[in-house]
Design a protein around this ligand. Sequence first.
Ligand code: 5AD
Length: 285
Amino acid sequence: MIVDLRIAVRTHACLLLLPLLVATGCKQSTPLRPAPLLLQGAVDIEVNRLLDSIQVTHTDTIGAWIFAHGSIDGYPVIVSRTLMGAAHAAAATALAIDRYHPRAILNIGTAGGYDTALHYGDIVIGQSAVSLAAFKSPPLPAHGGSHPLEWTAMDLVPRPGEVNNLLHEGTATQFSADSGLLAAAHRAQAYTTGRKVVDGVIGTSDFWNQELDRIAFFRQHWHVSVEEMETVPAAQVASIFKIPFLGIRVVSDNVPNGELAFDPRTADAVQDFAMRVVHEYLGRL
Ligand code: 5AD
């Protein structure tokens, strides 16, 4: 009964407004704006070149997060500085999706190489991303030490059809890249000269790992190419809302190669590559 009443009121209001809408030609004067592309980087060095490229019209600040609005090739783009780490990246992604309804999300930044074939400035297109953050240890008594290589991975993401949030042991949380974004990245790769660009697996946790045995463990189990701190939580939130997602990382350090010092200048390269990917993606829309 209440529903019927609401429909009746709405219908009546529409009928009353109809002559006004026709008279003002209101429909023609408000063309639909396409859903924006969302470009994410954690810190200033990972977004400054993107900001320079999008002709920022205005910036929204929500809590600790900034969202700069502009365009590329006439298409609306939002550059989001997510801040570092999983919680920040997840929150920034949820806010952006709820507020701006992006068409697709590109998450970029620096990362530590696990693969010895990767060096400073090389770029990894995240064909998939795996969580290196959720594990269950076997029980050990006091003074039994801690043995991370014996921990079992856990997946905390509900499976399709799962009513409650169950804890899945023995598998890690993994996300595949969107095929359209991946194809755009491959077209951009074909244009890139003088720099190595490869497909790979991005591993995420709030952890800066410099233990070679742990690195070997992650390579053996999940073929991880690089580690960083934002891709999986951003991909996880994007997947809930079914928004196409791709992570792209530049190698800023590489422990197995002895390249221990973080090189912040590498962040320029991943932004330049991301811009090429965006042009390629927009070119086929
Ligand atoms: N391990 C973890 N995160 C790294 N980052 C760069 N190199 C590494 C690494 N070896 C990135 C993270 C985070 C910041 C610390 O730099 O994604 O944003």
